[in-house]
Write a protein that binds this ligand. Structure first.
Ligand code: SF4
Length: 235
């Protein structure tokens, strides 16, 4: 049904307001330099956990959990994701999606069945290829902007969030992108601190560079003023 890269049986932080399990889907279009899940990137890799394992697990947790999060990788790469979402909903769970926004057409097919979305915004749209590790020609920024517009039109509750990798992002990049998001009508925005990933893609940044975003009170105040809810997640 769908290719599973892993299952987290319990989370209180991945689906706001709900006790949930997280299903990590295999495959991703992007190549973010800060990726902590390189093992999830290949769509063809096989794992030991099957979709029926997930369903059996969920059936035993119907009284304990209220939500299921599809995360990745990029869950929207799974051709049968909508079917999987409907199956999970039929068991009484609410469904959340974590996505890069790179596949707006696939997103559009299941938007009405989602209760919450975590939308990654990798960086300023003018330099998106850099922060997402993708070719300029792919124009991932345009796809993400389209996904954002679709989510806003559908009215599904969501959070836009950015991981502050100092190797590919500056404060100016973040302010430029946050200003765009605010003008579009995004209400909730989160900054997530970079965690060393040692994936060999780029040399690790200094701790000073990593924390610089969070020590600049003027920068943080500017962001806070742009959104109803501004969340800081430090490692
Ligand atoms: S979106 Fe980026 S961080 Fe997430 S799995 Fe893909 S490459 Fe890794």
């Amino acid at each position: 049904m769908i290719k599973i890269g892993g299952l987290l049986p319990f989370t209180m932080i991945d689906f706001p307001g709900e006790l949930a399990a997280v299903v990590f889907c295999q495959g991703c279009l992007l190549n973010c330099p800060y990726c902590h899940n390189p093992e999830l990137k290949s769509l063809s890799d096989s794992t030991q956990t099957t979709w029926s394992d997930v369903i059996s697990f969920l059936k035993k947790r119907q009284k304990l959990l209220r939500g299921v999060v599809f995360s990745g990788g990029e869950p929207l790469l799974q051709k049968n994701l909508h079917q999987a979402v409907l199956e999970v909903k039929s068991l009484g769970f609410k469904v959340a999606l974590h996505t890069s926004g790179a596949l707006p057409e696939a997103l559009g097919k299941l938007l009405q069945d989602l209760s919450w979305i975590g939308l990654d915004i990798k960086g300023s749209f003018s330099k998106y290829h850099k922060a997402s590790g993708t070719k300029v020609e792919l124009n991932i920024a345009a796809s993400v902007q389209k996904s954002l517009d679709m989510i806003l039109s559908a009215g599904v509750p969501f959070e836009a969030r950015t991981t502050t990798d100092p190797r590919v992002l500056t404060k100016e990049d973040i302010l430029e992108m946050a200003s765009y998001l605010s003008q579009k009508g995004v209400k909730t925005y989160a900054l997530q601190e970079y965690r060393p990933c040692n994936n060999g893609r780029m040399p690790e940044p200094s701790m000073e560079a990593i924390s610089a975003f969070y020590l600049d009170k003027i920068f943080l105040k500017k962001l806070e003023d742009l959104f109803d809810s501004f969340i800081i997640r430090r490692a």
